[in-house]
Write a protein that binds this ligand. Structure first.
Ligand code: GTP
Ligand code: MG
Length: 197
């Protein structure tokens, strides 16, 4: 898919204040620092469109980016990170939960996981919760450049194996590197397919 335009539209703490134009949207979620904002910049080819940081807890709001004037990419705060204490973490958790469960325009969620790490309890539980609530999602492995291709493939395979202990079927899986801009076409083509259907 060709990205002709990508523009920041609005930041919110409340899903009710998100755009109401009915355009389909795709949101990125996952632990803090996993690379959600970087992935948005990589997909849109716009460095600095979404704000990134090497310090976790950078994105604190629901951010809407309009793509080709037709659909949205949504950057969300990370889960499970408590820089400003439990209260703040719980508040962010609530914002995420409300958005995921109530936002009608949400067409698919993408759960990002760091390709270097073993399956983490918090991510597996989050996916279970999505399943229980019937929220469609795909899995995006990030930071693929941080290891060689063989190791990367081993980690992805091990992760799929783990998922098959609880899931009958695997969700769509994408392997990416925002640094090397890999996995871009696969993800954008997948979104294009859903937009068409
Ligand atoms: P929060 O907003 O804090 O939840 O984090 P985030 O998930 O949006 O992560 P962000 O995109 O800000 O990236 C976190 C750090 O990881 C930054 O230092 C990025 O440069 C780095 N990073 C993200 N993606 C990649 C990647 O594919 N490869 C490498 N090498 N670094 C990456
Ligand atoms: Mg971010």
């Amino acid at each position: 898919m060709l990205i002709k335009s990508a523009e920041f539209i609005i930041s919110n703490t409340d899903y009710l204040k998100c755009p109401q134009d009915g355009k389909p949207e795709y949101a990125f979620i996952g632990r803090s620092n996993v690379g959600k904002s970087s992935l948005i910049n990589m997909l849109t080819n716009r460095k600095g469109l979404a704000m990134t940081s090497s310090t976790p807890g950078k994105t604190m709001l629901i951010n809407h980016f309009l793509i080709n004037g037709e659909w949205y990419l949504v950057d969300l705060p990370g889960y499970g990170y408590a820089r400003r204490g439990k209260e703040n973490r719980d508040r962010l958790q609530q914002i995420i939960e409300d958005y995921v469960l109530e936002r009608e325009a949400l067409t698919s969620l993408f759960v990002l996981v760091d390709s270097r790490h073993e399956p983490q309890k918090i991510d597996l539980e989050f996916m279970e919760w999505l399943g229980e609530n019937g929220v469609p999602f795909g899995i995006v492995f990030t930071k693929g450049d941080k290891q060689g291709p063989v190791r990367l493939q081993q980690n992805v395979d091990a992760y799929k194996q783990k998922l098959l202990e609880t899931w009958e079927e695997l969700p769509p899986v994408f392997v990416t590197s925002s640094e090397k801009k890999s996995g871009r076409e696969e993800l954008l083509d997948y979104i294009e397919e859903i937009n068409k259907s």
